[in-house]
Write a protein that binds this ligand. Structure first.
Ligand code: NA7
Length: 533
């Protein structure tokens, strides 16, 4: 039996996949979407833990491609919750009739390039097979969860929960002794709500992070009306900015500002909330002097929030400069440690020895728990792709290629893998940017390349190895000029044992990156090799 041949297979139904499927269908392509979840949403489908919210403002963290869509969807809060974002993506899927193109509950396990047929042959965990001329991986940068390999992990007799695979049902923590491992963005968002619900909460912290309050609030009608009037301008700033959002750093360089101005800038940036604190001054994540001033400011704020000096010391980041791990955006995180039933375990001084049926044993003592929550992060940017057996030309394995540092051209194309396009992959600025706009840019770039090849009669296209090497070296060189490389973060692969180290995202800025992509496309895809069969 011959398998139906699609023009395009898109893997993933998050922001990037959904955009791409909608626009491929609009362009008249026969597109098949494959998604492991049972519905659209991507990150926002899986990460249903209490407190899950986006750390980019809701007005910015939404598609810009359709003006009616922008105007009809009314965000209720400054930072949208996971359920609201999931509702939004579901609305988008309905509005643009995306679901009929998808097969849900299909996790792709392998994909192989068939050179004679000029097709990708894809298989899922249910045994479904499909083929298409083009394969677009929109499988997410933070979608391969990592569970730490702790001795006895599976022996725990109580309930095990994971922020990145939170059950789609009410979880009743009343009267229960809860442990949480991990204090990144997910842990920091969940901890205040877990503390609210549980009889006791023990937080197991390996590294302290910088967290800045969200100053979240409902968007009232006046603010909404103003944002609507300003939307075109706001979008223009976002598309032309360094991070896909309308906010920029203070225009006066730190060195030229006096003490009072510096203080005012940090204060204003702090009260604007969240990740933007890392952008208070340009060069904050480049110049150690500015960074240290931000650290001092942060530590003063921390002192106002946490009563106990010992806990405060443990909550003070020691292993990285401000903003070089993603700043967490919280609602009442530090204040939670003032509650009597919440305690903090410092894994630097007492590492976990084992998980036992009754709880967690550190090198210092045993603590009994009814529930353990893992908020231990992801094999970021590469993990979703290396989980799949992807074979390019002559059986070349992506997994083997990426056992070293991934070489990509513009983050989108890989030498040796014709007609495979990766969205928001390593070598793109996506995880440092507003993922909604980034996903539009990535999807549009990929579809433009597909249209170019179809229009010119090329049946294959792939990145030249030298172009990929040059792009990758350029990205690493830019990162070397910043303080990011020294931080043991998921940006550098440091959170995964044995992963090749190196700064994975492109740090040159969102607009600069778009300009690179446009220049390449305008030059008939310089750096790509086209083929015809
Ligand atoms: P993160 O930011 O990678 O945080 C994971 C946390 O889990 C972090 O505190 C880790 O400590 C901790 N962790 C990981 N492995 C272990 C082990 N073995 N023992 C103890 N603690 C561990 O993931 P998130 O889900 O919170 O956020 C990911 C991104 O999503 C975030 O940056 C936003 O962009 C949205 P570590 O710091 O490595 O010492």
């Amino acid at each position: 039996m011959t398998t139906h041949e699609h023009d395009l297979i898109v893997v993933g139904a998050g922001f990037a996949g959904l955009y791409t499927v909608i626009h491929a269908a609009r362009a008249g392509l026969d597109v098949l979407g494959l998604e492991a979840g049972d519905d659209v949403g991507g990150t926002w489908y899986w990460n249903r833990y209490p407190g899950a919210r986006c750390d980019v403002e809701s007005i910015d963290y939404s598609y810009s491609f359709d003006d009616d869509l922008q105007r009809e969807w009314r965000w209720s809060e400054r930072y949208a919750t996971q359920p609201e974002i999931l509702d939004y993506l579901s609305h988008v899927a309905d509005r643009f009739d995306a679901r009929p193109h998808y097969r849900f509950g299909e996790r792709v396990v392998s994909a192989a390039w068939d050179e004679p047929a000029q097709l990708w042959r894809v298989r899922t965990d249910s045994g479904l097979t499909a083929c298409a001329r083009w394969l677009i991986m929109a499988s997410g940068g933070l979608s391969a969860p990592q569970l730490p390999d702790i001795p006895g992990r599976d022996s725990f007799a109580g309930e095990v929960l994971q922020t990145s695979a939170w059950p789609d049902r009410a979880v009743d923590l009343a009267g229960r002794r809860v442990a949480i491992i991990g204090t990144g963005s997910s842990g920091v968002q969940a901890i205040p709500l877990l503390a609210e619900a549980a009889a006791e909460l023990v937080v197991y912290q390996r590294s302290a992070n910088y967290s800045v309050p969200a100053f979240n609030r409902p968007i009232d009608d006046e603010e909404w009306a103003h944002a609507q009037d300003d939307l075109a301008h706001r979008r223009e700033l976002s598309w032309n900015g360094p991070a896909g959002s309308p906010w920029t750093s203070h225009p006066v360089p730190y060195a030229e500002a006096d003490e009072a101005e510096r203080e005012a800038v940090f204060e204003e940036s702090w009260t604007r909330g969240g990740v933007l604190f890392a952008k208070a001054f340009a060069q904050l994540t480049v110049d150690p002097v500015i960074n240290d001033a931000a650290r001092v400011f942060f530590e003063r704020k921390l002192a106002e929030k946490v009563d106990d000096a010992g806990i405060r010391a443990l909550l003070t980041p020691r292993d990285h400069a401000v903003g070089t791990k993603r700043i967490c955006t919280d609602s009442g995180y530090y204040e939670t440690y003032n509650r009597d039933h919440v305690s903090l375990v410092d894994l630097r001084s007492e590492p976990i020895a084992e998980v036992a049926p009754a709880g967690i044993r550190t090198t210092a003592r045993m603590r009994a728990h009814d529930v353990i929550v893992y908020a231990t992060g992801f094999d970021a940017m590469t993990g979703a792709l290396t989980a799949i057996d992807i074979r390019g030309r002559d059986g070349r394995s992506l997994r083997e290629d990426w056992s070293g540092f991934p070489s990509t051209y513009l983050g989108v194309a890989l030498p040796g893998f014709p007609n495979l396009l990766v969205l928001n992959g390593p070598g793109t600025p996506s995880v440092l940017s507003n993922m909604a706009l980034s996903s539009e840019q990535q999807g549009a770039f990929a579809l433009r390349l597909v249209a170019y090849c179809r229009g010119t009669g090329f049946t294959s296209v792939e990145a030249r190895a030298d172009a990929a090497a040059e792009w990758t070296a350029h990205g690493l060189e830019l990162a070397d000029r910043t303080l990011f490389g020294a931080a043991p973060s998921w940006y550098t692969g440091a959170n995964i044992d044995g992963k090749a180290r190196g700064f994975l995202p492109y740090i040159g800025g969102f607009k600069t990156y778009i300009d690179h992509c446009e220049a390449v496309a305008d030059a008939d895809y310089a750096g790509f090799v086209m083929g015809r069969r």
